[in-house]
Design a protein around this ligand. Structure first.
Ligand code: C5P
Length: 211
């Protein structure tokens, strides 16, 4: 079974995807780590993320196993990731790895922005996880604070809007809800409630697929 979990920043999609993977015993790939890995390689080399050719080269040379979790989770890496991810060459370089992961025997859970539309349009279950801008900005604020980064809420909200706009407006694989995806709005939900809803949707969908 292939499960695609898409949605914007801090919607809860990562936590939901991990919980679905545990529930169904499937491997999980957080595809944002790949774009963040490319962004960190660019930042460390002192190359602006707007440089499309250099970003594509960084994507082609990316060693997914060597991605440093601490470095990719900063706000700066996230912003730069949304710039490098708009380069078609970067997306093309990372496509095969993601498609192969999705289509491994037994299936997988992947989360990102274009899983249900581009990486695995054939996924058995597609979720598009959303939440209000304000709820997501507060979640992101709490996450960054817990990592020791000091940010004002208003600045986080501004960055989030900028990233959403960039991810939704890019020409190549923009962030959109696939036609056959189920939207899950987590604004008023605790993370446990969101996980329970997602599991219920996946169980119903997978039962339909096998029956
Ligand atoms: O999900 P996360 O916030 O870690 O992703 C970082 C950035 O990587 C996103 O803002 C988006 O620009 C890009 N991304 C993407 N396609 C994916 C996953 C992430 O364009 N499948």
């Amino acid at each position: 079974m292939i499960i695609a979990v898409d949605g914007p920043l801090a919607s809860g999609k990562g936590t939901i995807a991990r919980a679905l993977a545990a529930r169904f015993g499937l491997p999980h790939l957080d595809t944002g780590t790949l774009y963040r890995g490319v962004a960190v390689a660019m930042l460390e080399a002192g190359i602006p993320p707007e440089d499309a050719a250099a970003a594509e080269a960084a994507a082609r040379g990316l060693d997914a196993a060597a991605i440093d979790e601490a470095k990719i989770r900063t706000a700066g890496a996230g912003s730069a990731a949304s710039v490098v991810s708009a380069h078609p060459g970067v997306r093309a370089a990372l496509l095969e790895l993601q498609r192969n992961f999705a289509h491994q025997p037994g299936g997988a859970v992947l989360d990102g922005r274009d899983i249900g539309t581009v990486i695995a349009p054939d996924a058995d279950v597609k979720l598009f996880v959303t939440a209000s801008e304000e709820a997501r900005a507060w979640r992101r604020h709490a996450e960054l604070t817990s990592r020791g980064e000091q940010w004002r809420y208003d600045d986080i909200l501004g960055q989030l809007r900028q990233r959403d706009a960039r991810d939704a407006a890019r020409a190549d694989a923009p962030m959109i809800c696939a036609e056959d995806a189920i939207a899950l709005d987590t604004t008023e939900m605790t993370i446990d409630e969101a996980i329970r809803s997602a599991i219920k949707i996946a169980e119903t969908r997978s039962a339909c697929a096998s029956g």
